[in-house]
Design a protein around this ligand. Structure first.
Ligand SMILES: Cc1cc2nc3c(=O)[nH]c(=O)nc-3n(C[C@H](O)[C@H](O)[C@H](O)COP(=O)(O)O)c2cc1C
Length: 491
């Protein structure tokens, strides 16, 4: 399980918020996302009927009091304060107030029992939001679908994480487990994801919209004012909307200001929208639209993002930190470890194990090399039981090279000592097939001992003599052959 503020404090199953999307993310989508372990949000447009707030909230909440969020645009609330009244009356778990300053509203939302979240597009807005008491900030990059600012998700997220102390979510361009893993690794408490849900059947959009979303690629969007201009919407200039390019954007994007007052264009646009003609009407979507390649249920999207991000983080942390161990350990560290092993007899057992642990602690947490050295110290001082889990963890951490082979040999030997020759046999048998090096003799020796424990003495002698034959210049071929014959025709 992934652990962030969203999972541990807000008890979500995954650190995923389904972004509010007016005309797309209604109660049905929000309910599906919350039911799958994320938190679903309902987007309320600036011109929405007030009754829509309660209607969609009722769908999201269901009979089982499922938690959901609602989202309003601040510039719209300034013109229509009744939107906020309706939103608070609907008792959302979380209220998003974005595209303006949330400052005048935070106390009232808190009094109504909801958390406040705001999307920001600049570091200055993030600082201001924190000061006015919001609970969560969403760093929304320009890759995002819908209305957004001009800074990219990653530059904005990095700067916002440095600038504020409260939990930060990342938005814009996140539609795969790799993307979610990336923002979690950077320090985000989760992702606020919109476009990835636009091809879900629970979305409140038309089938033709979902078809176009699936067909679009990452370069097919445009950040534009044209759709606000043609509809006479009072969106502040700093937030153009990111939408799929179409005939209308190609015709008007470079001269959007000429649209206001063009009654012909306005009328044609209105008709296209009503008819679902998306060569003209808007489909808001972000650059991550290229990652949306099929229609599928929101629960599947949530689960794949969440489970996949955990798998990516586990794999990548092992790989990436392994490289850094090597550089962090360095030649000086290796020399000190080697010197300590050479002087082992000077110390009593506990002190030796302690000194190795001190050296291991100089490496990054979870270092396979550090775990191996600690396992070897326990092993060499007669504590096979403590050595085995350390060797196992070292191998899981991605140990490579000579230390990996030594970990296998020494773990097998310790397992044998602990009365588990079966697992030792499996490990050593696999190891005989690994690339040959000067530890081959050691592998054979411990394999022979293990076979004796299992009552397979003839095979044990065959393994030992085959290994020994490599050191017999005059007799190596004949001894190897005799060794082989020992196990031929065995029952
Ligand atoms: C179709 C659509 C409609 C949107 N409507 C709203 C909205 O009503 N309110 C809002 O705060 N954000 C809205 N957004 C922005 C999203 O909340 C979010 O920031 C964005 O989807 C995240 O980026 P992504 O699309 O790359 O996942 C909308 C986004 C899309 C794609």
């Amino acid at each position: 399980m992934l652990h962030t503020y969203l999972t541990d404090d807000l008890t979500l199953g995954y650190p995923i918020v389904g972004a509010p999307m007016a005309n797309a993310a209604g109660g049905r989508l929000a309910r599906a996302i919350s039911g799958a372990g994320g938190l679903g949000m309902i987007g309320i447009g600036s011109n929405a009927a007030i009754s829509l707030v309660e209607e969609e909230s009722t769908v999201a909440r269901g009979d089982d009091q499922t938690r959901f969020g609602l989202a309003l645009m601040i510039w719209a609330v300034e013109r229509r304060p009744e939107l906020l009244d309706a939103a608070l009356a609907a008792r959302p778990f979380l209220l998003s107030l974005s595209f303006g300053s949330p400052q005048p509203y935070v106390a009232r939302v808190h009094q109504a029992g909801a958390l406040v979240v705001t999307q920001v597009n600049t570091v200055a807005a993030a600082r201001e939001a924190e000061q006015c008491g919001v609970d969560l900030i969403v760093a929304q990059g320009t890759e995002a679908g819908g209305h957004t600012g001009h800074a990219g998700t990653l530059p904005l997220l990095q700067a916002v994480l440095e600038a504020v102390q409260i939990p930060v979510l990342a938005a814009g361009g996140i539609a795969s487990s790799r993307g979610l893993a990336a923002v979690l690794a950077a320090g985000a408490a989760g992702a606020w994801i919109g476009t990835a849900f636009l091809a879900c059947p629970e979305c409140g959009n038309r089938a033709e919209v979902r078809r176009r979303i699936v067909a679009a690629g990452e370069t097919d969007t445009v950040h534009t004012h044209v759709f606000d201009q043609v509809q006479g919407l009072a969106w502040p200039q700093q937030y153009p909307g990111r939408a799929l390019q179409n005939d209308f954007t190609r015709q008007w994007h470079d001269r959007a200001d000429q649209l206001s007052g063009d009654t012909d264009a306005t009328e044609r646009y209105r008709e296209a929208r009503a008819a679902g003609d998306y060569d003209t009407a808007v489909i808001y979507a972000g650059q991550a639209v290229g990652l949306v390649t099929q229609e599928r249920p929101a629960a599947d999207v949530v689960r794949d993002l969440g489970e996949g991000a955990e798998a990516v983080l586990r794999r990548r942390c092992g790989e990436v930190l392994y490289t850094s161990h090597m550089t962090v350990a360095g030649a000086d560290w290796e020399q000190r470890v080697s010197d300590l092993w050479a002087e082992m007899d000077k110390y009593d057992e506990a002190e030796f194990v302690g000194r190795i642990a001190v050296l291991a602690d100089e490496l990054p947490p979870g270092s396979g090399i550090g775990l191996f050295e600690r396992g070897a110290a326990c092993d060499s001082t007669g504590h096979s039981d403590r050595a085995v889990p350390l060797y196992r963890a070292a191998l899981d951490a991605g140990l490579v090279g000579e230390r990996r082979r030594r970990a296998v040999i020494q773990m097998a030997s310790s397992l044998r000592n602990l009365g588990n020759p079966q697992e030792a046999l499996a490990l050593l048998t696999t190891e005989t097939e690994a690339a040959s090096d000067d530890l081959d003799g050691a592998v054979a020796t411990f394999l022979a001992l293990t076979l004796v424990d299992l009552g397979r003495e003839r095979e044990a002698v065959a393994v030992a003599l085959t290994a020994l034959s490599n050191y017999l210049p005059r007799y190596n071929r004949s001894v190897a052959r005799y060794a082989q014959q020992l196990t031929e025709n065995m029952p």
